[in-house]
Design a protein around this ligand. Structure first.
Ligand code: NAD
Ligand code: LMR
Length: 348
């Protein structure tokens, strides 16, 4: 029974990645899976706890390191009783951050405050920018070669902050820094499947741009399986995807933002990073990375993952007129969030 629950969660995650990835991943025998340490920073939080659970279910992880400013020993003890491959360690307090990070292959960062109703993601900047800066300073020191999966908002600014911190430390490698935008893809797939009345497990929708309001641009013109949706339907789906986070923030009415769907999305993205590191071919996910597919220095688009992180930032493909227009209108806001992050990292 327990084995079947673990297997069904694992295969849901595997199916969510590209189907070719799934078929090849199954070809692994447990003996041939390399040792991989994954660290979660902010592991006692609303996202951190279910993400710790999902990473504990991932057979690609051999060491799971859970770090937070407080509360991590309990989470680690709890998760450690699950009879899966990884060895779990919990670390609480800044003096243990180095140990938590040492030897990490992938660092996932859901540390920081979430939104309340009426707030934008940018309203979190003042608190979260400092948290991300100090965590990235430690990453540069203790695991400079790790792939960094940034979840903390505002992602449009926290990723540029991380890049600047790593540049200052002399450890920046643009192939290893990712803003996690997978939740936008997860939402776009769900909403599209509902409207188009197609099997959600077969749906693919790229989401480009950034991770805040109008900077989130789902490319429904490229969605598969194809469906004959009207322009109004596409506009409504686009708006719902852009407002997906706010929908959850309002429904939670002051108790935070998306945690469970984010943990799921974060687990899919981390799994894709691990598969890439392990040499699984054709691992493609959307992510907010250093990019030259547009004139903006950071941009989310499809990315091929490999043994060094980003193997290739893929182009945008053909856009509808509506998507072209929306792309142009998101650029000023995204650029200003990027510049805000860069300025913060360099002045403080
Ligand atoms: N990228 C996305 O798609 C996405 C989706 C949902 C939420 N988020 C963001 O993720 C972040 C976390 O959300 P949550 O709901 O888990 O919040 P939460 O408040 O429930 O948990 C955050 C955790 O971070 C910890 N923390 C604070 N400062 C820290 C530090 N210096 N080092 C380590 N840990 C620290 C807190 O102790 C807490 O346990 C928020 O910024 C939220 O906006 C991003
Ligand atoms: O909306 C938020 O503040 C959290 C997150 O970015 C989300 O998209 O759910």
């Amino acid at each position: 029974m327990r084995t079947s629950i673990v297997r069904s969660v694992q295969s849901a995650i595997a199916r969510s990645s590209s189907s070719s990835t799934y078929v090849r991943a199954r070809a692994y025998s447990s003996d041939s899976v390399p040792e991989r340490k994954v660290a979660v920073l902010g592991a006692a939080g609303g996202i951190g706890q279910p993400l710790a659970l999902l990473m504990k279910l991932n057979p690609l992880v051999s060491k799971l390191s859970l770090y937070d400013i407080a509360g991590t020993p309990g989470v680690a003890a709890d998760v450690s009783h699950i009879n899966t491959r990884s060895e779990v360690s919990g670390y609480a307090g800044e003096e243990h951050l180095g140990k938590a990070l040492e030897g990490a292959d992938v660092v996932i960062i859901p540390a920081g405050v979430p939104r309340k109703p009426g707030m934008t993601r940018d309203d979190l900047f003042n608190i979260n920018a400092g948290i991300v800066k100090s965590l990235c300073t430690a990453i540069a020191k203790y695991c400079p070669h790790a792939l960094v999966n940034m979840i903390s908002n505002p992602v449009n600014s926290t990723v540029p902050i991380a890049a600047e911190v790593f540049k200052k430390a002399g450890t920046y490698d643009e192939k290893r820094l990712f803003g996690v935008t997978t939740l936008d893809v997860v939402r776009a797939k769900t909403f599209y499947a509902g409207k188009a009345n197609v099997n959600v497990a077969e749906v693919n929708v790229p989401v480009i741009g950034g991770h805040a309001g109008i900077t989130i641009l789902p490319l429904f013109s490229q969605a598969t399986p194809k469906a004959n949706l009207s322009d109004e339907d596409i506009k409504a789906l686009t708006k719902r995807t852009q407002d997906g986070g706010t929908e959850v923030v309002e429904a939670k009415a002051g108790k935070g933002s998306a945690t469970l769907s984010m943990a799921y999305a974060g687990a899919i993205f981390a799994d894709a990073c691990l598969k890439g590191l392990n040499g699984v071919p054709d691992v493609v996910e959307c992510s907010y990375v250093q990019s030259n597919v547009t004139e903006l220095p950071f941009f989310a688009s499809k990315v091929r993952l490999g043994k060094n992180g980003v193997e290739e930032v893929l182009g945008l493909g053909p856009l509808s007129d509506y998507e072209k227009e929306t792309l142009e209108s998101l650029k000023p806001e995204l650029l200003s969030s990027i510049e805000k992050g860069i300025k913060f990292a360099n002045q403080s």
